[in-house]
Design a protein around this ligand. Sequence first.
Ligand code: NAP
Length: 274
Amino acid sequence: MLSLNGKRALVFGVASEDSIAWALAQRLAEQGVKITLGYQKRFLSRLMMLVKEKPWIEAWHECDVTVEEDVKKFFSTVHGKYDILVHAIAFAPATALSRPILFTSAEDFATALNVSAYSLVRLTHYSMPVLNKGSSILTLTYLGSERVVPGYRVMGTAKAALESLVRELAMAIGPAGHRVNAISAGPIKTLAASGVPGFDNILEWMRQNTPLRKNVTQDDVAKAGCFLLSDLASGVTGHILYVDAGYNISGAPADLEQLAGAMKAVAAQNPPTQ
Ligand code: NAP
């Protein structure tokens, strides 16, 4: 149905079994896709455990996406042609995430945008010679690109840039028959997410306030990813698809009446001092 059987994918961003990219790789494999991983060395031992006894993983190569030579080497090492590229990469220095945006250094700003946004341009550029016509590229973004989410800080700017790049790249690679889309995922507990201050509060808030009254899972994202990467989405490019249990459509807390009641009770216990 998805027509993914026999296709080959390059997947960047698997750091652990909790990675969104890992869920996507597993779902693609179920559909008959062979996977090559690009990984950063940091969690090599964890990656080695994951790839063990997975016949659907063809290869794995080290690749720091901020190092041009690494990316060049990666694409000269892979063999044959591919149909899918997954970019599930983000990083911002803790010094930027832990302090108000007013104190973001130019260096931290550049790092966040380089890793989290520019890397999509670099990977797309170098992948062109190894992609079959009609290939599909997918990246991951977050609502912090368009609204202020506490603790997300410079990552919001990086994701805004990433989303803009999805549209620019769609226009640039469309004439060659390739597509590029993004999924704006709801919050999910992963290694990258654990760097966002107050992340557990965001998770809890979403669980209580999404239309579906749940947090999305890696697998929710992976299933939607399979759609965008498949021929079922052959007419979709430059698109940001929300996989966030519907949170993006909400304009106020789900149970406003209850929240207002609780706020009144707190205010009554703490009357303003004269
Ligand atoms: P994750 O498992 O920690 O994945 C992030 C990946 O980025 C890791 O594999 C990390 O590798 C890689 N990475 C960072 N810097 C890199 C570099 N210079 N070169 C190569 N790889 C690099 O977390 P995740 O949540 O699945 O994140 C995947 C994507 O989903 C990210 O774009 C994230 O912003 C997005 N997203 C996540 C959520 C969420 O709540 N989890 C929500 C919306 C969107 P190392 O760990 O080895 O550095």
